[in-house]
Design a protein around this ligand. Structure first.
Ligand code: NAP
Length: 282
């Protein structure tokens, strides 16, 4: 088989960010204000600290002002809700991101849903999910949005194709399945109770792995010529697909790192810029 196409998320994200920085510059010139993306970090989970830092750096690259709100691990749901409400009311804040996961004692879903839909640039609340699923105006969950964007950019055909999504989390598996359905793919959603997973994956023209288990998808599950999207990001820069052994079988794949990760951050940036443009009428 010919060498597979590398779906290069890093390169595409760099292109998109360059366009975004022009839009932000225009916003600042017209309004004399810099839009703020607020990130809330509860506790000090090292992976979450890294993600929030990466998002702050991306803000600076495109010209948004990052505002990092750090709250102790003992924060209660009520305290977090009050913080979200304050950011909802702040006219400089155009986007709010609550870093997932929050400590277990906090009602994360309630906090996600408290983010005003106009500022829900990470697409985590049920209003955003419902709107996007019904093809109405709303912000996409960032990783699913980034996955669709990269597939479209590289011309991966989705209409009529068999797509298997492994994982059904509210921020990844479930919303990416809805976006793929909206692209007219025939979508199967697999999860921890799915039986005969290898057989199901063997049918797929496109596999989206969002499991959180290193190298979970095996080469002998993959159909010749399939497109592999690896959303996983595990310790040691390892994804959820055994990419090393799948490369000779697939027609295209997202590398880890440099595939889905940068597309997630640039979708967050893009939606933050859109939110600022809408809120400030530019
Ligand atoms: P999650 O909330 O832990 O969800 C994992 C999903 O995988 C669940 O739906 C679970 O099924 C399913 N699953 C677990 N074991 C399985 C098995 N043996 N067979 C089939 N399905 C199984 O994880 P997540 O937040 O969606 O994240 C998934 C991966 O994406 C992780 O590696 C994470 O680090 C990565 N991620 C990357 C980015 C990025 O920007 N690149 C962003 C977010 C997440 P049940 O529902 O039945 O439990």
């Amino acid at each position: 088989m010919a060498e597979p196409l590398i779906l290069n998320g890093k390169a595409l994200a760099t292109e998109i960010e360059a366009e975004l920085s022009v839009r932000v510059q225009k916003l600042v010139e017209k309004t004399g204000r810099t839009p703020v993306l607020a990130t809330i970090l509860v506790g000090d989970n090292p992976a979450s600290v890294t993600y929030v830092t990466m998002k702050g750096k991306a803000c600076r690259r495109v010209g948004l002002e990052p505002r990092r709100v750090e709250m102790p691990a003992e924060t209660t749901t009520e305290e977090l809700l009050a913080q979200i409400e304050a950011l909802n009311e702040d006219p400089d804040v155009c986007g709010i991101l609550l870093q997932h996961p929050v400590p277990r004692h906090i009602d994360e879903a309630r906090c996600f849903n408290a983010i005003a839909p106009v500022k829900d640039v990470d697409g985590v609340n049920v209003a955003s999910f419902g709107a996007v699923t019904m093809k109405q105006e709303g912000y996409r969950s960032a990783t699913p949005g980034g996955i669709i964007r990269i597939l479209k950019h590289y011309g991966v055909e989705l209409a009529g194709k068999e797509v298997v999504v492994i994982g059904r989390s509210p921020i990844l598996g479930k919303p990416v399945a809805m976006l793929l359905l909206n692209e007219d793919a025939t979508v199967t959603i697999a999860h921890s109770r799915t039986e005969n997973l290898p057989e199901i994956v063997r049918r797929a023209d496109v596999v989206v792995a969002a499991v959180g288990k290193p190298r979970f998808v095996q080469a002998d599950w993959v159909k010749e010529g399939a497109v592999l999207v690896d959303a996983g990001y595990n310790a040691g820069n390892v994804g959820d697909i055994d990419l090393e052994n799948c490369i000779s079988k697939c027609s295209a794949y997202t590398p880890v790192p440099g595939g889905v990760g940068p597309m997630t951050i640039c979708t967050l940036m893009e939606q933050s810029v859109q939110a600022a443009e809408k809120m400030w009428g530019v």
